[in-house]
Design a protein around this ligand. Structure first.
Ligand code: DC
Length: 218
């Protein structure tokens, strides 16, 4: 896909710190922040609202096909609307945490959402975080990062957020699914955030982006 806009891909497992880092990086660069996980969560929320079991792949696919999804820019965030409604307040509910990996393993769901994700970069410079941004959504971007942290630290970060989230099970499912599993893209720069602050990780990314020739305003 051709785009003249800059795309910074940030992938990594659950609770690796990538959301905080991606949001802060986007703010510092003046880019649009796209949380692709929120989009998989939005469709999962809709499926659950409609009483569809997340392991019924055929029903999930059918509902995805007839659901009107649209995206809009709100301040500097790329937001998904489902049938015109904003599902943001429900996206981190326990039941969404528990079902999102199953829903996101359905190839048709991915196909639909990848199209929306690519559209974001047609009109904006973006920092996009997820699982397959560097490997599948924008394999041609030269700006790829993979953020990791030890399982223990990730579990503690989630608990500190007061969330019930079986991150080890989600990571297993996200890394072993057939459609676009979580992998480290060959040309991604890997950062272990276990002992780093958000600013520390953002600083390392900005240093790397400068080395790669990205012009940075600040
Ligand atoms: O980033 P997150 O933990 O909020 O993502 C929630 C789920 O969405 C994750 O467990 C797998 C799925 N996901 C995905 O399959 N591909 C992406 N690019 C982003 C998220």
């Amino acid at each position: 896909m051709s785009t003249t806009h800059r795309i910074i891909a940030i992938d990594g497992p659950a609770a690796s710190g990538k959301s905080s880092v991606a949001r802060e990086l986007a703010r510092r660069l003046g880019f649009v922040y796209v949380n692709s996980g929120a989009m998989y969560r939005a469709i999962t929320w809709h499926i659950l609202e409609r009483g569809i079991a997340s392991d019924d792949a055929a029903a999930v696919e059918q509902l995805a096909n007839r659901t009107a999804l649209s995206c809009e820019l709100r301040s500097h965030d790329w937001i998904i609307l489902v049938q015109g409604a904003d599902p943001t307040p429900f996206l981190w509910d326990d039941r969404v945490n528990d079902n999102v990996s199953r829903v996101s393993s359905v190839p048709r769901v991915r196909e639909i959402l990848v199209e929306h994700l690519r559209r974001a970069a047609l009109t904006n410079d973006v920092v996009m975080e997820g699982r397959d941004i560097g490997s599948v959504v924008f394999p041609e971007t030269p700006y790829k990062f993979y953020i990791d942290a030890s399982p223990d630290i990730r579990a503690r970060r989630r608990a500190a957020q007061g969330q019930h989230d079986a991150i080890a099970a989600r990571d297993r499912a996200d890394s072993s699914r057939r459609a676009s599993p979580l992998i480290i893209a060959e040309d991604a720069h890997v950062i272990d955030s276990s002992n780093l602050t958000i600013d520390g990780v953002v600083g390392e990314i900005i240093g790397r982006l400068k080395l790669k020739g990205l012009t940075i305003a600040s």
